[in-house]
Design a protein around this ligand. Structure first.
Ligand code: NDP
Ligand code: A1CAB
Length: 265
């Protein structure tokens, strides 16, 4: 990739992205991580805040992957990197472009991104949004970094980032919950626990792979399972009822987006 990356926070999401970058060929020596306790992959340096500020050559991109609740206490120290031309790419849920610039106390080029954990295996989905200080080469560099770990898209309207966070940022958790719920329903119906778990897991993983492999609309793939008057139709009558999955998912996304907006303050 030819980019020098400083990663602040190497927890679940920072670590997932780092794993993806390395798998896609980013030179481990081109990454430095600041995190008080994280284990980093071989070849990647874990450095202190002071060492990060003195890095030569300076990092092209500083990826901010600490919790939103602590970003305010972490970012101000990195303000001096702005004058050196480092672009800040924050993945913190809810934290706005203006908020990041304020914390850095400098006229910074800031990109806000919302990735998701499948980035760890190169199957992520990231949406990006940039402030006007981000010029085309920096925009391309951020896109290169994130597209190395999955699909990317951009939005111009920053307000949409809360809805993006609710859908694709948090979304993997909804899918894993679906596996849990299907397995639990199978167990409750009398299947041996290990078999119920295996069936739920393989069904969701296989369906995801099928969705990925075929250009069809999800609704067409659903209809292909649904024999008229058969078992799937009976189940879908429950799941697609007025009080079924669609209104529940709508409420869940509204709650997540609301929380994202709360994190901004
Ligand atoms: N998890 C996800 O699926 C997604 C998360 N995000 C965003 O990513 C960010 C990180 O979330 P997540 O990975 O889940 O959280 P984690 O708590 O797993 O990761 C945060 C990491 O930052 C470390 N840290 C603490 N203090 C500092 C410091 N001063 N400097 C550098 N690193 C520090 C933490 O160490 P310690 O644990 O020892 O305190 C931890 O390893 C959040 O802002 C979140 O909104 C975005 C998209 C998806
Ligand atoms: O739960 C969270 O706040 C983060 C943001 C999206 C996924 N995880």
């Amino acid at each position: 990739m030819g980019l020098r990356v400083l990663l602040l926070g190497c927890g679940r999401m920072g670590g997932s992205m780092l794993a993806g970058w390395l798998a896609q060929g980013l030179d481990p020596a081109a990454v430095a991580v600041v995190d008080p306790a994280a284990e980093v992959p071989p070849g990647v340096r874990r450095i202190t805040q002071d060492e990060a500020l003195a890095l030569t050559p300076r990092p092209d991109i500083c990826v901010v992957a600490v919790k939103p609740q602590m970003i305010n206490s972490v970012l101000p120290a990195y303000g001096p990197l702005v004058a050196q031309g480092t672009v800040f790419l924050s993945i913190a849920a809810g934290i706005t472009l203006a908020g990041i610039e304020r914390m850095l106390n400098a006229p910074a080029a800031v990109v806000r991104a919302m990735p998701n954990t499948p980035a760890a295996i190169g199957r992520g989905m990231t949406v990006l949004c940039a402030n006007p200080r981000v010029e085309a080469p920096a925009r391309a560099a951020c896109e290169t970094l994130l597209s190395a770990v999955g699909a990317v898209d951009w939005v111009d309207d920053e307000a949409l980032m809360d809805e993006v966070t609710a859908l694709s940022g948090s979304g993997p958790a909804y899918v894993f919950l679906l596996v849990e719920a299907m397995a639990e329903a199978g167990r409750a119906a009398g299947l041996p626990p290990a078999l119920a778990e295996k069936l739920a897991r393989q069904t969701v993983a296989g369906s995801g792979a099928l969705l990925d492999a075929q250009p069809d609309e999800p609704a067409a793939l659903r209809r292909a399972v649904t024999s008229p008057g058969g078992t799937t139709a009976a189940a879908l009558a429950v799941l697609m009822a007025d009080d079924g999955l669609a209104p529940l998912m709508k409420r869940a996304l509204e709650a997540a987006a609301h929380r994202s907006r709360e994190l901004a303050s």
